[in-house]
Design a protein around this ligand. Structure first.
Ligand code: ZN
Ligand code: ZN
Length: 356
């Protein structure tokens, strides 16, 4: 309760500094962060200077009482803005999350509400960027489950299994071992398919000599950890070995540089420069990493353009990779907690080239 109250008071401070009288929260992750309510895709929060409401429908009556004590539940049939109009009638303006309200919803609110509508971004995300102790524990647990699933998969993968079968098995094991569900569709790509950074697992069968990239993570209490490993099946060619060691070198350099105070763009550059030195930078097609928490991609972005500076308590991934058309690809990704004097690596799975 104390944590939730703190989050609300931070938000109210931000509202007041922007002269926002009431604020409508519609992004499910922000709803969960502020109220504990997990049915956010069918709900909105309205925060006023004195009160806080959860606007939902009768299906969630009991769930709101259980998950969000201290919040005033408001039922609105068909989400027709009738209750929202009443609750905001005495306020001159209402902020809303412009990135998560559809154009249609916005047009309806314009007709139904008297308050001036103020499009806003990052009102809640700004606070979510630094994790508190409980949030860090949830992310650690999610990382630990990911590691266990990876260990299990190493035992299971055999030539003749399809990418899809491996992805299904990962999804099953994540739940079996304690996650609520997969945090995103697992990426399992083998051989030449590994050249697709975000390829979809298909019917391709694992064969001797393949490399397999597996990128996955599960939610634990709403929070996730993100990991990727590339493993080799059967004989490892010298070419694969050399390229793997190069990506690993860049990844470990990245990890060694994570520390409060470093600029994300400098971290990205260092990793990119190392791959350049090894002749592989042209094949590194994405950013070095991203924040994780309630969402798989959240702030800060560890990219060439990011002016963000790492602060103790942030959680980011470090995940350089190379993707070569017709050959395949390699990615190594760990989730880490930023500390004042370095970082705590949460993903513990072995990074030495693993042979199956
Ligand atoms: Zn990932
Ligand atoms: Zn990632």
């Amino acid at each position: 309760m104390f944590v939730i109250e703190n989050r609300i008071s931070e938000l109210r401070k931000r509202m007041s500094s922007l002269n926002v009288e009431t604020f409508l929260v519609s992004k499910p992750e922000n709803i969960r962060y502020l109220s504990g309510f997990t049915g956010g895709s069918d709900a909105k929060l309205l925060i006023t200077p004195q009160d806080k409401y959860i606007i939902s429908d009768s299906r969630y009556r009991e769930q709101i009482v259980r998950e969000s004590p201290g919040w005033c539940p408001v039922e609105e049939k068909n989400y027709d803005n009738s209750q929202l109009a009443l609750l905001t009638a005495n306020f001159s303006n209402m902020g809303f999350e412009s990135q998560s309200i559809s154009y249609d919803t916005f047009k309806l609110m314009e007709v139904d509400l008297k308050s001036q509508l103020l499009p806003l971004t990052d009102m809640v995300e700004k606070d979510r960027i630094i994790k508190d102790q409980d949030e860090l524990e949830f992310i650690k647990k999610a990382a630990q489950i990911g590691d266990n699933v990876f260990t299990d998969m190493i035992d299971q993968i055999k030539p003749g299994m399809s990418e899809k079968k491996i992805a299904n098995e990962i999804a099953y094991l994540l739940r079996e071992r304690g996650c609520e569900k997969e945090a995103f569709d697992s990426i399992v790509v083998a051989g030449e398919n590994a050249a697709l950074p975000h390829g979809k697992p298909g019917n391709r069968l694992i064969a001797d000599g393949d490399m397999i990239t597996m990128d996955f993570g599960g939610f634990y209490q709403g929070y996730l950890a993100d990991m990727t490993r590339t493993v080799a099946v059967g004989k490892v060619s010298t070419d694969l070995y050399d390229k793997y060691m190069a990506v690993l070198e860049a990844q470990e350099l990245g990890i060694s540089l994570v520390k409060a105070g470093i600029r994300c763009k400098d971290l990205d550059k260092a990793v990119r420069d190392r791959l350049k030195l090894l002749g592989l930078d042209d094949f590194f097609l994405h950013s070095t990493g991203h924040g994780v928490g309630l969402e798989v991609h959240e702030q800060p972005t560890v990219s060439a353009k990011s002016e963000a500076v790492l602060i103790s308590g942030m959680v980011v991934t470090i995940e350089p990779g190379i993707y070569i058309k017709g050959w395949g690809g390699i990615r190594i990704e760990d989730t880490v907690i930023v500390k004042d004097d370095g970082c705590e690596v949460l993903t513990r799975s072995d990074k030495a080239i693993l042979k199956i």
